[in-house]
Design a protein around this ligand. Structure first.
Ligand code: BGC
Length: 472
């Protein structure tokens, strides 16, 4: 009898919990694509001076990278002797963008009509030894900026896009709060050098993935698997963003430029909406990956509050509103169940799942333009202008990219028509590149790159982007 009562009570608690989660969560939107007039995107209205561009990151494209956390990682093996990067690939010459940037920018302007270019600085080239700055490397990015401007392209700089000098890694990088000042000094140095010409600055790229992949799942450097250490890194990244933001705003040109944080959003939706465990996993993942960061900027409080193993709650009053814009990186959602939620050891690529009718990308996630709409709406609650700083598809054979571009831009236009302040869109990415732990196998580029000859070929699907930008 007692067991029966216990079961009934348990079912009642689970039902209430599921109802509570459903009420608090955003609905998992799924549009009927046969009914959406996607071709209207070609006639859509866009805000005046909207920035249309593409984004890259130094370590992924430049080639011959200086010693960094990632150059260490691409030469490392895991505890079973397996290379850290898929098939033991190394970034090597990558797309040699360090030497070919002039030609790449000119082609992007001429072939596609892009008006902005987001790129990151290789801190490991600029400060090869702690406190020692390399003037040639500083000059290099002066040339990149000037090449942008010569092609009527607005440059947007990212200060930290996953890679940093090896010496900084060896000091514990962002796991140690005291190291933030070292990143601050680098940021000041480059800001003084470039802020006369660069109006858009991003501090950190994707605090969520950087911390979870590096310190949670352990598939990015430094390969740690500890929720507690991952939490510490996340907190320090938010401290770092806040410090850098205020410091740069107070420097010459600080008030004339826009400085923002780049936030990746992946929604975590329950595989079965009736299953309380799936909901629990989603809520925890969302808390760590998305909400902790959004809350810090919205309320000036960093907290992770529904984890069974640890809780964090730290006031960061200076973080409240500390961003001139929000950079949104959006790709897809993840449908969570126990296997996907708990099996951190398998790491990405996760098991691919989607709803009926959804199209798989080459990564184990689907195309999900409705999720882009959701993410834009969610990030808009911060009440800051939005720049989409990354969005694109890994599609090696180029048979889904056109749909991706049309549908995601259609979803973005819906948001704009509904009053969301989106000011720019950067397609990820300009060139096929070194896709971190996946090596060269994931092809996101507007240009296909032959890594033997460095020849670039504009992918046919990119005509869609070109048309929407208004070049044809
Ligand atoms: C990162 C990029 C990466 C892209 C595609 C983003 O999370 O910022 O560097 O290449 O996703 O996976």
């Amino acid at each position: 009898m007692n067991i029966l009562i216990a079961i009934v009570v348990l079912i009642a608690i689970c039902t209430i919990y599921v109802q509570y989660c459903i009420a608090k969560a955003e609905p998992e939107l799924l549009w009927d694509w046969k009914k959406e007039d996607v071709s209207s995107v070609y006639k859509a209205k866009w805000p005046k001076n909207f920035l249309w561009g593409s984004a890259t990151a130094a370590f992924q494209v430049e080639g011959n990278n200086a010693p960094s956390n990632w150059s260490m990682w691409e030469n490392a093996t895991d505890e079973h002797g397996k290379p850290r990067i898929h098939k033991g690939q190394k970034s090597g010459a990558a797309c040699d963008h360090y030497n070919l940037f002039r030609q790449d920018l000119k082609s992007a302007a001429e072939d596609l009509g892009i008006t902005s270019y987001r790129f990151s600085l290789a801190w490991s080239r600029i400060e090869p030894e702690m406190g020692v700055f390399n003037e040639d490397a500083i000059q290099h990015y002066n040339e990149v900026i000037d090449a942008c401007l010569e092609n009527d392209i607005e440059p947007m700089i990212t200060l930290h896009h996953f890679s940093h000098p090896l010496w900084f890694e060896e000091m514990g990088s962002f796991e140690k709060e005291e190291n933030i000042d070292i990143f601050l000094r680098f940021s000041e140095k480059v800001f003084r050098a470039y802020s006369d010409r660069v109006k858009y600055w991003c501090t950190h790229n994707e605090c969520g993935p950087f911390a979870t992949m590096g310190w949670g799942l352990g598939v990015f450097p430094p390969g740690v698997k500890s929720i507690r250490r991952m939490g510490a890194v996340l907190l320090n990244l938010m401290r770092s963003h806040t410090k850098v933001y205020h410091h740069l705003k107070a420097l010459p040109n600080g008030q004339d430029v826009q400085i923002g944080l780049v936030k990746n959003i992946f929604q975590f939706d329950p595989w079965h909406r009736w299953n309380p465990i799936h909901w629990y996993i989603c809520r925890f993942m969302d808390e760590v990956y998305n909400e902790s960061i959004i809350r810090t900027i919205r309320d000036g409080q960093f907290s992770i509050s529904n984890g069974p193993l640890f809780k964090m709650n730290v006031d960061l009053p200076d973080a409240k509103g500390a961003t001139d814009f929000i950079g949104l990186n959006y790709y897809s959602n993840l449908l969570m169940n126990i296997r996907r939620g708990m099996d951190a050891s398998s790491g990405p690529p996760f098991t691919p799942w989607g709803r009926p009718g959804q199209i798989m990308t080459d990564f184990p996630y689907t195309t999900y333009p409705e999720g882009f709409y959701r993410a834009l709406k969610r990030i808009a609650t911060l009440d800051k202008p939005i720049f989409v700083t990354e969005n694109g598809i890994p599609d090696n054979i180029d048979d889904r990219r056109q749909d991706w571009i049309e549908r995601y831009l259609y979803a973005m236009n819906k948001c704009i028509q509904e009053g969301i302040d989106v000011r720019g869109y950067q397609y990820w990415t300009l060139l096929d590149n070194f896709e971190w732990a996946e090596g060269f196998d994931m092809r996101f580029g507007l240009y296909e790159v032959n890594f033997e000859t460095q020849e670039r070929t504009l992918r046919p699907s990119t005509q869609a982007y070109r048309k929407i930008i208004g070049k044809v």
